[in-house]
Design a protein around this ligand. Structure first.
Ligand code: NI
Length: 254
């Protein structure tokens, strides 16, 4: 069964058919889903989903675009959410210099605070990094030593992927790998050991070919697994099985 390591089913794009869609997962080969919080509301709603569906787990953390909502009080609230045992990771956290919603200093401050929180809670981290390769690596080297985690929706070079793999991190690969022009990501998918790759959608965003441009869901992960298998000359089933083992190790799910 496919393990979906990064989804946002709390997104309003799923309001019409969320329950029906989630109930169809098992019949379509999707075994486990981690729903990732990005905003404070998203964290709360991820936990609601984890409570409602046995195969859904939650990650709690604030995305760099949303860290303007963090202060002492809301950060204390955030910490409290980890009391629920189906919260399996801190994320998504990181730096986003593409949207640049918050100043780099504010993004860095809350990135580091949340890395420290993961260390305190002994939980893995889900890293979001967009157009911020150098600053992310610098912070990770200084503040993420010994932490487990995944670099989600990896968008940098294969060389940088190898660097994170050396640090013990997993590389999250999603729909973009199926795009014709995704040369760097195809290279990463070929070079990173299969034992360090996990599958993700980031749905509702980034649907793979042949559904590019449409609303994404975990049902499309088979296309991602197929493309990684094609690139590596493996059977799709082997990619599905190994990435599921990896994901369970990443999130410490039995
Ligand atoms: Ni995401």
């Amino acid at each position: 069964m496919i393990f979906e390591t990064h989804a946002h089913y709390d997104d309003e794009q799923f309001n019409e058919d969320r329950d029906e869609l989630l109930r169809s997962m098992a019949d379509n080969g999707i075994g486990t889903i981690v729903n990732v919080g990005a905003s404070l509301r998203g964290c709360r709603d991820s936990i609601v989903l984890a409570k409602r569906y046995p195969f859904v787990y939650a990650a709690v953390g604030v995305h760099p675009d949303e860290v303007g909502d963090l202060n002492e009080e809301t950060f204390a609230w955030l910490k409290d959410q980890f009391a629920y045992d189906k919260v399996v990771a801190v994320g998504e956290i990181g730096l986003d210099y593409y949207w640049d919603n918050e100043s780099h200093d504010v993004q860095k401050k809350w990135f580091i605070e949340q890395l420290n929180l993961a260390r305190e809670l002994e939980l893995p981290v889900i890293i979001h990094s967009r157009e911020a390769a150098a600053d992310t690596l610098e912070i990770m080297k200084e503040h993420a030593k010994g932490l487990r985690g995944v670099i989600h929706c990896f968008s940098y070079s294969a060389e940088l992927a190898r660097e994170y793999v050396k640090m013990g991190f997993y590389i999250g690969i999603g729909g973009v790998v199926t795009f014709k022009n995704a040369r760097k990501l195809k290279e990463t998918a070929a070079e990173v050991p299969l034992e360090q790759i996990v599958l993700e959608t980031d749905c509702p965003y980034l649907a793979p070919v042949p559904n590019r441009g449409k609303r994404n869901s975990s049902l499309n992960l088979k296309y991602v697994a197929e493309e990684i298998a094609r690139i590596r000359g493996l059977a799709t089933e082997e990619v599905i099985e190994q990435t599921a083992i990896n994901a369970k190790q990443l999130y410490n799910i039995k």
